[in-house]
Design a protein around this ligand. Structure first.
Ligand SMILES: Nc1ncnc2c1ncn2[C@@H]1O[C@H](COP(=O)(O)OP(=O)(O)OP(=O)(O)O)[C@@H](O)[C@H]1O
Ligand SMILES: O=P(O)(O)OC[C@H]1O[C@H](OP(=O)(O)OP(=O)(O)O)[C@H](O)[C@@H]1O
Ligand SMILES: O=C(O)c1cccnc1
Length: 498
């Protein structure tokens, strides 16, 4: 199933910023359109003041790249755009060139579900510079948002105990559709939330399009429709005996749990089991403890306690430490809108460009802040590990001499005095894998469930100190020594000549 193609049946090729097209025109006019370049997509800070992020959005990016070509409707529209003198922005010959363009990019990327860190290229795009430029904005759009939400989801799910071996029973359900940022925001958030560890979504279209399990209880309006809460639960049980999670807080929460127990007994007599109750207001810690007692005393030891109401990872962690007996967490607004940090600041920077003789030339973007200076080269990430944990990631340049299997010496990009060494026999692997070659897909996209499994494996191998919410330990990410030396020289040269 191709989510983007389903949602946007017409071409998505103009889903880009106009400046990508103005530059494309400039490259073409100057005879540079086919000049090879390499760009990297990366972010500079983990979201939510956290210690890690979860790569996400690649499959949607592949769907976009795979279908990429400009239709005659696209080029006709571009032909209507005019400049300050009211003349066309683009000439006909250029529009014909765009219309005939067969995208031929090489794309490498870190698979979805992998833990990733600041400065690491999540996606590397190589090929004619005009093409690299046109895909910048949509790649950022797709990867930034889904990476942000998958990271939020992983944090929420970790807090809820989804990844802990002693609480395998705990679940998080994504309830965000009603408060998400539009239709695509909601669907992309459902996908990324599922990847981050949620067990299901309330969004039925996400279920239909992507096979995400759909889950639903009932609203206060159901209870308010009937003269009494007891009658509302009875009528619901009659209608849906196989899906009974009763919302118990419309009038008096514990009275609501007692009503649920009564209706649950009646359900049992007809051969059905009440699934649980939902709490949606009040002191969720105290009410869940009391609700557990009422359910257990009533003989409903397996009935689940679902809680919702503006939850996020910090509130869930606090409720856990208060001894809350909640085992299913319904999380909406704060998950799908990434409420406390609504955007990931991923960027896309040029690393190298070929000269007219086909030789690669490194490029760098300077900044007042050293940490914001881009990394030159054709970058790859090497992850070093031991039997149980990831130990550090080294960004290296495939155009330089260092090769996998050499001793590794990496330098902290924020502080060149901080270094880390890994001997040649330390187990390690490259994180970026081949996705497209010459515009053709060479990657077998994994299922959503295997991406979820990758998140679990990666978090299991990420040090606990890196995963904690308060002042997380900084996971070591460094530049390979040769790359660090080249970058330092380029900074010195650029500053001398500016
Ligand atoms: N034990 C608790 N510790 C910390 N925060 C809690 C606890 N119980 C509930 N909360 C949170 O406190 C916030 C306020 O909840 P409360 O039900 O009092 O207000 P409300 O949502 O405005 O209620 P109502 O829906 O009845 O208007 C919610 O975000 C809720 O998740
Ligand atoms: O709080 P969130 O994390 O965003 O989770 C979704 C919320 O949406 C519903 O409330 P709403 O008041 O919209 O409808 P209701 O009448 O079903 O409670 C639900 O009861 C949750 O409280
Ligand atoms: O099924 C639910 O309980 C639900 C669905 C959407 C939003 N809030 C709750």
């Amino acid at each position: 199933m191709n989510l983007l193609a389903e949602l946007y049946r017409p071409s998505l090729s103009l889903l880009t910023d106009l400046y990508q097209l103005t530059m494309a025109y400039g490259y073409w006019k100057n005879g540079l359109a086919e000049r090879s370049a390499v760009f990297h997509l990366f972010f500079r800070n983990n979201p939510f003041d956290g210690g890690y992020s979860i790569a996400c959005g690649l499959q949607t990016a592949i769907e976009y790249l795979d279908k990429l070509r400009l239709t005659s409707e696209d080029t006709s529209y571009l032909g209507t755009l005019t400049g300050a003198d009211s003349r066309p922005l683009f000439d006909e010959e250029f529009l014909d060139y765009l219309g005939g363009l067969k995208f031929s990019l090489d794309v490498d990327a870190i698979p979805e579900g992998t833990t990733v860190y600041p400065h690491e290229p999540l996606v590397r795009v190589r090929g004619p510079i005009l093409q690299c430029q046109l895909v910048e904005t949509p790649l950022l759009n797709l990867i930034n948002f889904q990476t942000l939400i998958a990271t939020k989801s992983a944090r929420v799910c970790s807090a809820a105990g989804v990844y802990a071996s002693d609480t395998p029973h705990d679940r998080v359900i994504e309830f965000g559709l009603r408060r998400a940022q539009g239709v695509d925001g909601a669907l992309a958030a459902s996908r990324a939330s599922y990847i981050g560890g949620c067990s299901g979504t309330s969004n039925v279209l996400a279920g239909q399009l992507m096979g995400i399990p759909v889950v639903g209880t009932h609203a206060h309006s159901w209870v308010m429709t009937f003269p009494t809460e007891r009658e509302a639960f009875d009528r619901y049980a009659d209608a849906m005996p196989n899906n009974c999670v009763f919302l118990v807080d419309t009038y008096d929460t514990l009275e609501g749990v007692r009503n649920a127990v009564e209706v649950g007994r009646r359900l049992r007599q007809s051969g059905h089991e009440m699934l649980g109750v939902r709490l949606d207001s009040g002191d969720l810690a105290w009410l869940s403890i009391e609700a557990r007692r009422v359910l257990d005393d009533g003989g409903f030891l397996n009935a689940r306690i679902v809680a919702s109401n503006d939850l996020d990872e910090r509130l869930i962690a606090s409720l856990k430490t208060q001894g809350a007996r909640i085992d299913t967490w319904g999380v909406g607004t704060k998950l799908v809108t990434a409420f406390d940090q609504p955007a990931l600041g991923g960027v896309y920077k040029l690393g190298a460009i070929q000269n007219e003789n086909g030789q690669w030339q490194h490029r760098i973007k300077l900044s007042e802040q050293t940490i914001k200076v881009s990394n030159p080269g054709m970058l790859q990430v090497r992850r070093f590990e031991n039997d149980s944990e990831h130990r550090g990631d080294m960004i290296y340049d495939e155009l330089l001499d260092w090769k996998p299997g050499d001793n590794a010496n990496m330098v902290d990009p924020a502080d060149s005095h901080r270094r880390k060494r890994f001997s040649a026999d330390t187990p390690s692997k490259d994180l970026l894998v081949e996705i497209l070659r010459g515009g053709e897909l060479v990657y077998s996209p994994p299922s959503l469930d295997s991406i979820r499994e990758r998140v679990r494996e990666n978090l299991n191998r990420t040090p606990a100190a890196v995963q904690r919410f308060e002042y997380p330990h900084e996971y070591p990410v460094g530049l390979e020594q040769g790359l660090h030396d080249l970058k330092s020289k380029m900074i010195r040269d650029a500053r001398e000549h500016s």
